[in-house]
Design a protein around this ligand. Structure first.
Ligand code: ZN
Length: 119
């Protein structure tokens, strides 16, 4: 889970942090951090634009960029739909399910061929 890693920000020539992702989310939603802010956490090769941390959607009402994790637009209060995000989550679960099924099949194939060898 990348959520547990403390995240550092670098903006206006200053390094800030560590922060939790939720804290950065709040700053992002409140407009305290801008798109040219970069972030880094342990395990990352380099500082990366903050927009990479949040999937951005365009507010249907005011056409400004809003984090897709926000419930409503911080600029005009327009509720943000999460349809796309929800679907991505379901796909991930399905992929894990397929992987487990494949592993079970592989296990039985292996056991089958081994018991054939040792018989
Ligand atoms: Zn808006």
């Amino acid at each position: 889970m990348d959520d547990v890693k403390p995240i550092y920000l670098y903006a206006q020539g200053q390094r800030r942090g560590p922060y939790k992702k939720a804290e950065i989310q709040a700053m992002w939603d409140g407009g305290q951090i801008t798109k040219d802010t970069v972030y880094w956490h342990e395990g990352m090769a380099q500082w990366t634009p903050i927009s990479g941390l949040f999937a951005l959607v365009t507010c249907p009402a005011c056409k400004r960029e809003v984090s897709s994790e926000a419930d409503r637009c911080p600029h005009c209060g327009q509720p943000i739909k999460r349809g796309l995000l929800g679907r991505a989550g379901t796909e991930r679960v399905l992929n894990i399910g397929c992987l487990i099924i494949l592993m079970i099949i592989a296990f039985f194939v292996l056991v089958g061929s081994c018991s054939g060898l040792f018989r």
